[in-house]
Design a protein around this ligand. Structure first.
Ligand code: NAP
Length: 258
């Protein structure tokens, strides 16, 4: 599904993590459709290159970069490549993330699993902003959107690490938003509900019953589409949201207001 806007981002440059599939791929493609050059970054190299190919196929400009967001040197190198290729950085969508593998109550939660989720889903966003913001400061501004979750605004039983990481993303977003609001860098978060992506396929086991269970929690009666998150991210990066700072925009079909 295409966004409602057309060519509004020509001459701009976007950096998207977790771009090899799902929400990241859909958002990278939406940025490109609006005319932005897009750097797609992911650990999953083959699928990430496929995202770049899909962008080029639709007439856009893309660069695929292998980047593990938990490694400072990877993030720094990916942003260096962004500047080398396209000369600037206007938008960053810090979206790479993983879901919990084994639900367990807090006291029984696996330590390694805790560290893995916090490392990617929270520290990865911090590291991304740590290296994006200096580039934006140098050029006089930019817009950043971080991916939180419904789990960033409500507690999820059996999922302490993911809930903490996604709540943390909102706190981090607000702190960074205040740090740079006066310097023309807007930082916001998006909180998706159940979105039909490869992550969701793993979560539901890809079965009709699994999907039905998830959909039963959605007041709207369906999962969201990755393009519906892309629309929100593009709006948060556009001048239409110029007064929106440090928000956690919930896009979830009503899931978290029940
Ligand atoms: P997805 O389909 O699994 O895509 C996430 C991408 O991030 C994958 O390509 C993944 O690669 C990559 N990734 C994982 N670890 C990384 C790392 N250390 N460095 C760089 N890339 C890494 O997931 P999605 O559903 O699009 O989710 C995107 C974001 O939205 C995540 O932050 C997720 O928590 C959040 N979210 C999703 C939903 C939903 O319902 N889908 C709901 C709320 C929030 P691998 O596949 O190789 O791991």
């Amino acid at each position: 599904m295409e966004t409602q806007m057309n060519g509004t981002l020509t001459g701009k440059v976007a950096f998207v993590t977790g771009a090899a599939g799902g929400i990241g791929r859909a958002t990278a493609m939406a940025f490109a459709r609006e005319g932005a050059s897009v750097v797609v970054a992911d650990v999953s190299e083959k699928d990430n290159q496929e995202t770049a190919r899909m962008i080029e196929e639709q007439g856009g400009r893309a660069l695929a970069v292998r980047c593990d967001v938990t490694r400072a040197e990877d993030v720094q190198a990916a942003l260096d490549k962004t500047i080398d290729a396209f000369g600037r950085l206007d938008f960053a969508f810090n979206n790479a993330g993983i879901e919990p593998r084994k639900p367990a109550p807090t006291a029984d939660y696996d330590l390694e699993e805790w560290d893995r989720i916090i490392d990617i889903d929270l520290r990865g966003i911090f590291l991304s902003m740590k290296y994006e913001i200096p580039v934006m400061l140098k050029q006089g501004g930019g817009a950043i959107v971080n991916t939180s979750s419904g789990a960033g605004v409500i507690g999820i039983k059996g999922s302490p690490a993911y809930t903490a990481a996604k709540h943390g993303v909102i706190g981090l977003t607000r702190a960074a938003a205040l740090d740079y609001a006066a310097q023309n860098i807007r930082v916001n978060a998006v909180c998706p509900g159940y979105i039909d992506t490869p992550m969701m396929a793993r979560f539901t086991g890809g079965t009709a019953e699994g999907r039905a269970r998830v959909i039963s929690e959605e007041p709207i009666g369906r999962m969201g589409r990755p393009e519906e998150i892309a629309n929100a991210v593009l709006w948060l990066c556009s001048d239409a949201s110029a007064f929106v700072i440090g928000s956690a925009m919930v896009v979830d079909g009503g899931q978290t207001i029940q």
